[in-house]
Design a protein around this ligand. Structure first.
Ligand SMILES: *Cc1c(COP(=O)(O)O)cnc(C)c1O
Length: 398
């Protein structure tokens, strides 16, 4: 699996590069720069140094004893990406691509953001590396994630409100792509997940695989075995690809991706692309599984977590699903919020609502698993950004 995608950026039938003519040359340039950087000792050393001294890697592997004891059954372990600088895994990719922008001599970066975590990560990398930065964000997400809007501004980034469509991540990506087409010579677009045209799904995955490489070594050391199951939430799919990739060759390790079940599986109420309602289509430059109506129009999505609220999924995940290597399931808003509270009360850790989806699934299956088994959950981020939204949802609950 390691050599994927193929030369044209395909993971089996999915992926590729479906963009306007003006973006073909910059994508080819980006691919060349990325391939060169991934072989360049100096680039890798610079990135590794920053991941250690600035991001705080390696992030801890933590055995959640009280949570596990309360559930019975499998032991639940957490890979603590919530302890990364800026509070989520997004910084791993933002720093990698920020350094790449410097290598390519581009002084300006742009990004889209949903939960605001990617925007914050890019604004952070831009401040660190002295790059000009503009972040596109849907106004619905700006409302849900106000604190992150303030953070981006503090670091000198310009946040551009997007009023189009459902005013969430999909619409923000449209605007970012539009900006890139117009300003392509001096600008690098830092895409935030394993989405978009080749080489993004490959490159973003590679920058995130540090999560799984660390987790595998840490787990072997702590438990003298490998986990029976690794669980991660899937928005675009970068934190999941980041932790899964190292475990894919180890076939005894079950891999589970958890999507947003939202308010239920009716059209427009969820972002569960693998629930049977997604179909093959092209969105944002890549062929993948997309939530769409019979006419191929992109459906609105809903999730209590802004970071999972997106109608398509990274192309490599579709191939993982079709090959049977990874199982995909979904957890609804209520279950995620319940898990959010349980982790806070049992372990003193407030997870991001996105991560709470993965945790909720682990909590559902752990009690039926034997005592000696282990479930590893990728805790992709911390929940500070979600406190307001959880309060609001709970006040409005019937
Ligand atoms: C953005 C985000 C996600 C979803 O994005 P993926 O690319 O699927 O990882 C999940 N968790 C957190 C904390 C996020 O910020």
């Amino acid at each position: 699996m390691k050599t994927l995608p193929d030369d044209r950026g395909y993971f089996g039938d999915y992926g590729g590069r479906f963009v306007p003519e003006t973006l073909m040359a910059p994508l080819a340039e980006l691919e060349r720069a990325y391939r060169k950087a991934s072989r360049d000792r100096a680039f890798q050393t610079r990135l590794d140094d920053l991941l250690r001294s600035y991001v705080g890697r390696p992030t801890p592997l933590y055995l959640a004893r009280r949570l596990s004891a309360g559930l019975g059954g499998a032991r639940i372990w957490l890979k603590r990406e919530d302890l990364c600088h800026t509070g989520a895994h997004k910084i791993n990719n933002a720093l990698g691509q920020g350094l790449l922008a410097c290598e390519m001599g581009k002084g300006r970066v742009i990004a889209e953001t949903g939960a605001g975590q990617h925007g914050v990560a890019v604004a952070t990398a831009a401040a660190l590396l002295g790059l000009e930065c503009r972040v596109y964000m849907g106004t619905e997400d700006m409302r849900r994630q106000e604190l992150n809007v303030v953070r981006m501004g503090l670091m000198g980034a310009e946040v551009v409100p997007v009023e189009a469509g459902s005013r969430t991540l999909k619409d923000a990506i449209n605007e970012a792509l539009r900006d890139w087409v117009t300003n392509v010579s001096g600008t690098h677009y830092i895409l935030g997940s394993v989405l978009g045209p080749h080489p993004y799904p490959m490159m973003v995955r590679d920058f995130q695989t540090v999560i799984g490489r660390e987790a595998l070594l840490q787990f072997r050391k702590a438990a003298r075995t490998l986990p029976d199951m690794v669980v991660a939430c899937v928005g675009g799919g970068s934190n999941a690809a980041g932790i899964f990739t190292a475990f894919v060759p180890h076939e005894n390790v079950g891999l589970v991706g958890v999507e947003a079940g939202g308010r239920g599986l009716a059209p427009g109420e969820h972002a569960a692309r693998f629930s049977g309602t997604g179909a093959s289509g092209i969105l944002h430059g890549t062929r993948t599984l997309v939530l769409q109506d019979d006419d191929g129009q992109i459906l609105d999505t809903h999730s209590v977590s802004a970071g999972l609220d997106y109608p398509a999924v990274g192309p490599e995940h579709v191939q993982w699903q079709e090959s049977g290597r990874v199982t995909y399931t979904n957890v609804d808003d209520e279950e995620a919020i319940a898990a959010f509270h349980v982790l806070a009360e049992s372990e003193g850790i407030v997870p991001a609502l996105e991560s709470a989806h993965a945790l909720a699934y682990a909590m559902k299956v752990a009690p039926a698993m034997p005592l000696a088994t282990n479930v590893l959950v990728n805790l992709s981020g911390r929940g500070d950004k979600d406190l307001g939204e959880v309060g609001r949802v709970e006040r409005e609950a019937p």
